[in-house]
Design a protein around this ligand. Sequence first.
Ligand SMILES: Cc1ncc(COP(=O)(O)O)c(C=O)c1O
Length: 475
Amino acid sequence: MAFDLAALLAAHQGENFDLHAQFMNPELVKVLTTLGFDRYYVRAEGAYLIDDQGDRYLDFLSGFGVFALGRSHPVIKDALRQAIEADLPNLVQLDCALLPGLLAKELVDRAHPGIERVFFANSGAETVEAAIKFARCATSRKRILYCDHAFHGLTNGALSLNGGKEFKKGFGPLLPDCVQVPFGDIDALARHLRRDDVAAFVVEPIQGKGVYLASDGYWEAVQSLCRAHGTLLVIDEVQTGMGRTGRFFCHQHWGLEPDIITLSKALSGGYIPVGAVLTTATVFDAVFSSMERAVVHSSTFARNQLAMVAGLATLQVIDDEGIVERADKVGTRMMEALQPLVDKYELLREVRGKGLMIGLHFGPPESRGQRARFAMMELARKGLFSQLIVVPLFHRHRILTQVAADNVNIIKLLPPLTIGDEEIDAFVTALDDVLADATRGSGLLVEVGTSMVRNGLRRGRTRSTGSSRPGPDRS
Ligand SMILES: Cc1ncc(COP(=O)(O)O)c(C=O)c1O
């Protein structure tokens, strides 16, 4: 009997949350229903999600940055159809297939001249695991430095480099010899590098958890200090890479020449899990140093043909549609359009970022009435205020956004890089409306806050979610 996807979906329409509650993660179901995010999406195109009621949602989350080209991009879809129709010999394993070689070459061509090799993986965290192993092996050193607020994934090694406590709780012991340093603090980094025993400094060029940026001078010093002390510079571009910040690699804003670059998320146009670790020949050849060690690090599904085809098609679309330049231009336009709201609303402290990775930082206003309301929210739960923006953006304006990290009032915008004036205007108008309400302290915002607190998301009453987080802000 033929498999009939449409019939299967039709037969079970709307059962998604019940199935997740019964067979998967009931706590996530509670979080999403508490926030009122429990929709049944049936289609996705470009920057929009469409639910079973036919309502369209502007997606400023892009699957945590995966859909840089928008959803259901026709060129990627067609490339994948071609790959399936071609009956490609996938995952032969004892083989050197053509497509991974072509994708590796395309990636190397886009990096600085020191980058010569690529190792493929299946996710962001897997690329970070590889980077940790490669760095230790290539330097014969153990120590790894990472930053506060850092997020590099949630597998054991990557979690050892996580700059927050929330994700680590209950999972120890993690990797030894991983040391946290403050992001942007060059003196702290210098102190740790002084002993010449650090294998790698692993760092995001813009930190995803909060959209934090460091100064130009910091990056210049990072590069020269790492070189001087024989420490490998590992730049995690899992979220920032592939044009997100207006450069193909975000580190190109500062002319950095990392020894290892990790890439994932947007690399396959959102369709197929994929990751890539780009390295210098010195690093790579130290790991894969002999025929005995030719497969000393590998992963069964890495290099899979569908991911490679999607990756090649994604790079072609990025070139054909001028996506990197577009992200730069549209990002500037978006930040300019948001800036007047900083002047208009005391609650909105800062709009920051690069390209289309944008953080909206909220803080307590000066005026007394408003300040008291803000303090009340924060007392109920630190970082609650930003949820009071995210929730009405979704309910009233059908715009999907996320809180950037635990316990902070920062919203992160990661729209598809293909958005235009229509989407920017829709977002700015919606944010203006929600902030006007927040400033007035209207019933809606109080209602949202009270209902969330009532639903058990208050800090200290969170057995039900297993965490103190008010929403799915993992990326
Ligand atoms: C900078 C960075 N590195 C690594 C990861 C982990 O990627 P994955 O979720 O694919 O394991 C993420 C995910 O958000 C990330 O933002």
